[in-house]
Structures are given as C-alpha cells and as structure tokens.
Design a protein. Structure first.
Ligand SMILES: NC(=O)c1ccc[n+]([C@@H]2O[C@H](COP(=O)([O-])OP(=O)(O)OC[C@H]3O[C@@H](n4cnc5c(N)ncnc54)[C@H](O)[C@@H]3O)[C@@H](O)[C@H]2O)c1
Length: 315
C-alpha cells in the first residue's frame, strides 16, 4: 500500500535554510526526516518542530551512507559561510562530494527525486554580470575557498552524471545570498553582522568605501523557489539560479539597518579584502520562465523579521 504522506528527507535540516524548509514541508502535509550532524546547525532551530508527529530528527553525517525509505531528498548539508567551511576544509569537500554520492546512491536505490543546494560560488570570481546559468565560472582550484566552491561544483557534476547515467530525477538550484531569522550571528555575513552590531550599539564595519553592491533574498522567497523547483516537471533539472536580482550598496544596507534598529552606531570604514567581489547578482530569467518564480518580500519587511529574531536572541 502506498504511504499516504510524501516522505521527504532534508539533509542539513537543522541549519538556517534547512529549518525553514522543514517547517514549510510540514505545513504542506509532508512527513519530514531531518538529518544533521550539527556541525553548524542547532537543535534550537528545530526545537519548535519536535512535538510534531510527522517530524523526525536523525543525527547523522552525510559522508556516511544512509538507508531509509523516502520519496524526495533535499540535500542541503554543508557549512555555508567561509568562516565555517574553512574551519575544516577537508571535511567540507567530503561533505559536498561524499555527501552527494551517498544521497544520490540513496535516491537511486529508492527511486527518489533529489534536490541539490548548490551555490553562486560555483561562478567563482565571475567575469560576467549578472551571472547566467550557462556561465562556467572562474574558480581557483587550490585557494582557501576551493573546498567549498570545487566541492559544490563536483557535486553538480555527480548530479548530472547520475541523471545521464541512471536517469535519476535531479533538481539543482544555485543559491545566491539569502538572509532571514536563524542566520548564524557570528558567521561573518554582512546582513547578520550589521544587525548584531547595531543591536549591540557597536560601530558598523564597512569594508572599502561601501559602494560595492550585493543582492539579498529573504529566506521565505528562497524556500518557495526550492518547492517550485522540486515540483517542476522532470525535464527541469536546473541548474537554476535562485536569488534576488535587486542590487544595493553595502553602505545603503548599513544605513537601512541603523535606521530600522534605531541604533546610534557609527560607520567604520576598513580596507577591502583582496578577494572581495565588487558585484554579485543573479540573472533569474530561467527561474522566472521555468518556475514562474521571483522574490516578492521587500527588503525592509525581510529585515524587520530578521531584526526581531536577533533582538529576541540578544535580549
Ligand atoms: N545561506 C545562503 O545564503 C546560501 C547560499 C548559497 C548556498 N547555500 C547552501 O545551502 C545549504 C544550507 O545553507 P545554510 O545557510 O542553511 O547553512 P547552515 O550552516 O545553517 O546549514 C548547513 C547544515 O548542514 C549541516 N551539516 C554540515 N555538514 C554536515 C554533514 N557532514 N552531515 C550532516 N549535516 C551536515 C550543518 O550542521 C547545518 O545544520 C548549504 O548547502 C549551502 O551551501 C546557502
């Protein structure tokens, strides 16, 4: 007899994006299995889901095989910020590559559809703006970021080889900068840095003159993109860019955070790090066309919810 609820595995489910995805899948009536080794994730992120009978948590490292029965797999397990992924670079590559091999093997065994959380970092230091999916990227294979960038690139290779060789149903999303509640407060990302500095009344640090631009996607918009990609017809494999094309300068972001938090923080300017890209922006034409998806949450609304989250954590 076919099991009534869709059984969905979320690896990295106790992390920032994974916890929002678990929430969303439960709200849709799925049976959710969250797998995490808590390298950067936290039980606090999913504590509110623990009483739900359709939510299960398994402490497991995806670099080891997993034997379970599921209909869909979202493979998110991987530390995402440079501070975290450079802490143990060998483990980062293993997580991306062995993790992909193990999850693809599982998908093949049980006939599940599988989603990969890839990244805009596969474009490296891009010579093309905005980045389109056909752009092949410029990544230094031996630099300190390579464990993440090349690990994710190799994972994409594995996904497409399983698709060609074993006809697996794959969905590859290239995720751009995302922010929202449950971001890590200390992972060096600009949105969480600025908010935490402002709420603690400390100076806000800007690198360079602050004219470099970034684009930020609110987490709810991104998760909507995940679901639409997973539910798309089988011929839609990706890669699909998911992110917010709306650009703003770092200085504008800092000023907005100061205004919205009511902080007295001053702006402190420091030299721009050597490898800091001046611009990073997704071309989301493919997501618009294939998934009818684009971000809808306004920056100030997303920031408001993120500020409230950090305020509750700091208080
Ligand atoms: N947040 C972003 O802006 C962003 C951008 C691009 C790509 N991504 C990708 O999305 C995914 C989720 O990112 P996030 O921002 O939620 O990061 P996160 O660090 O909050 O979540 C990653 C989760 O994976 C878990 N994990 C790490 N190694 C593992 C292993 N070997 N086995 C099992 N679990 C493991 C961590 O404990 C954590 O819960 C990552 O794959 C990341 O590369 C995120």
């Amino acid at each position: 007899m076919k099991y009534a609820r869709k059984r969905v595995l979320v690896t990295g489910g106790a992390g920032f994006l994974g916890s929002h995805l678990c929430e969303r899948l439960l709200a849709q009536g799925c049976d959710v299995l969250c797998v995490d080794n808590f390298f950067t994730g936290a039980k606090d992120n999913i504590a509110h889901l623990m009483g739900n009978p359709y939510f299960e948590l398994v402490r497991h490292d995806v670099t080891f095989p997993l034997y379970i029965e599921v209909d869909e797999i979202y493979n998110l397990a991987c530390p995402a910020s440079p501070i975290h992924y450079q802490r143990d670079p060998v483990q980062t590559t293993k997580t991306s590559v062995h993790g992909a091999i193990n999850m693809l093997g599982l998908a093949k065994r049980v006939g599940a559809k599988i989603f990969q959380a890839s990244t805009s970092e596969v474009y490296g230091d891009p010579e093309v703006h905005p980045q389109v999916e056909d752009y092949r990227g410029a990544v230094n294979p031996i630099g300190p970021r390579a464990c993440y960038d090349e690990g994710k690139r190799c994972a994409e290779t594995l996904f497409f080889d399983y698709w060609r060789q074993h006809s697996l149903r794959i969905k590859v999303a290239r995720i751009f900068n995302t922010y929202g509640p449950r971001m890590h407060p200390d992972d060096g990302r600009v949105v969480s840095n600025f908010i935490v500095q402002a709420l603690e009344g400390r100076p806000i640090t800007i690198y360079g003159d602050g004219s470099q631009t970034r684009s930020f996607c609110f987490v709810d918009d991104l998760i909507e993109g995940f679901i639409r990609l997973m539910d798309s017809p089988d011929e839609v494999t990706g890669p699909v860019n998911l992110g917010n094309p709306h650009e703003m300068t770092i200085r504008q972001l800092a000023e907005t955070v100061i205004r919205m938090t009511g902080a007295k923080s001053e702006l402190v300017v420091k030299p721009l790090p050597a490898d800091d890209p001046l611009q990073r922006q997704p071309d989301i034409t493919r997501a618009r066309t294939l998934l009818d998806w684009e971000p809808t949450v306004k920056l100030e609304d997303g920031l408001q919810r993120t500020i409230e989250y950090f305020r509750s954590k700091i208080a």
